[in-house]
Design a protein around this ligand. Sequence first.
Ligand SMILES: [Zn+2]
Ligand SMILES: [Zn+2]
Ligand SMILES: [Zn+2]
Length: 143
Amino acid sequence: MSCHASKDSLHAVGMKVTKAREVLLRVLEASDHPLTVDEIYDRLAQPRPGRPTIYRNLERFIQEGWAESFVDKNQIQRFLRCGTTEHHHHIHCEKCQRTTELDGCAMTKALSQLERQCGYKVTRHQLQIYGLCPECQKALALK
Ligand SMILES: [Zn+2]
Ligand SMILES: [Zn+2]
Ligand SMILES: [Zn+2]
């Protein structure tokens, strides 16, 4: 993942940065793969907030563009820290869970074409790309 928002930028967007939120962001940042709420819970030191509080803060992070969530192949929701609040997408390795943040959006052209076709004005979209990362491809080739 690329550069992470600093503490300053948290203040810049006007959200109250509590100690608990900082800790939560750091847990997400420290992981090389997106975490489930249970995994996040396990990584928090005592006294830790309950799962509903963790979940609520994660939802808030998503609203602010600091984090994103997606559903993995087992239909479990996972959360990851975003390096940018600009619109972007992720590619997720289905074998090792590693997730890479992609620059920009490859959908722009296709969406304006779609708008012309269906007459809708597109306001937002989501795109999750699943695959096998280079390391997992190598590991498979060695077998
Ligand atoms: Zn991201
Ligand atoms: Zn992988
Ligand atoms: Zn996009």
